[in-house]
Design a binder for this molecule. Structure first.
Ligand SMILES: [Zn+2]
Ligand SMILES: [Zn+2]
Length: 252
């Protein structure tokens, strides 16, 4: 089967590798959609994210279809559409035993040094890593579950309440996820600060009113090296996209 293999900084190759088979307690998935995030870029430009021997298969934000299951697997079945939780915790260290496998001292990440990745035709994960998607969600949604879960979890830790005022710094995918999570939790007054000009017209901020949008975002430009002018441009900036301003439930 084909797979994208990471050999080191700037070196990713599409090659043929053996197709994996499920073992007891694991699930074989045909990859359908895979996202690339900042961690993937960091690995590509800077170096491996784990001490695992190279090459490793790329891709940790992905969805797929279950095509085979190992013995004792009960929570998913062949044909299920699943989102992958990419962590391989050891199950034996103190954080794992405390119920915090994400803090595992020995954790491996599928697609970042773990045994396989989403950018391959097939991959095998533990049963608990494969989450069946609800009716109505497709493979693209499934590939977004991992990054959106990061954002949602971060927002939950801030314990927001309806009527609160919130600011999200950064309009990358996680920042947008934080915005959507806040809106879903009833926080309507959300400002997203994004200093990168190429992101601001597209991702923008929460309010649909361009002048307010500009004023709020402009405060992010007053730091060293970003200029100090908060004067609005001669022509108003593009309106934020409706999809960002809508209630999260309406976003697609
Ligand atoms: Zn990621
Ligand atoms: Zn552990």
């Amino acid at each position: 089967m084909r797979a994208a293999l990471y050999y080191g900084p700037g070196d990713v190759r599409l090659e043929d590798i053996p197709e994996p088979d499920p073992t007891p307690g694991t699930v074989k998935v045909r990859s359908l959609h895979n996202g690339l995030c900042g961690t993937d870029l960091h690995q590509y430009f800077v170096g491996p994210m784990s001490p695992a021997p190279l090459p490793t298969v790329v891709g940790h934000e992905f969805s797929g279809e279950v095509v085979d299951v190992g013995r004792d697997v009960t929570s998913v079945a062949v044909g299920d559409l699943v989102a992958i939780e990419p962590l391989w915790p050891c199950g034996a260290c103190a954080p794992c035993l405390d119920g915090d496998p994400n803090l595992c001292w020995e954790v491996l990440c599928h697609g970042l040094g773990g045994p396989g990745g989403g950018l391959s035709e097939f991959t095998v994960v533990r049963e608990h890593m494969a989450h069946r998607l609800p009716e109505g969600l497709g493979p693209v949604h499934g590939a977004l579950v991992e990054p959106m879960s990061v954002a949602y979890r971060a927002v939950l830790r801030a314990e927001p309440h309806p009527g609160d005022v919130a600011v999200v710094f950064g309009a990358g995918p996680i920042g947008i996820g934080a915005y959507l999570a806040l809106r879903a939790l009833g926080v309507d007054d959300v400002t997203v600060v994004e200093p990168a000009p190429e992101r601001r017209p597209r991702r923008a901020c929460s309010t649909p009113r361009p002048p307010t949008w500009w004023t709020r975002c402009a405060t992010a430009r007053t730091g060293p090296g970003r200029g100090s002018s908060s004067t609005p441009p001669a022509s108003p900036p593009p309106s934020p996209p409706r999809s960002v301003s809508r209630a999260p439930g309406a976003a697609s």
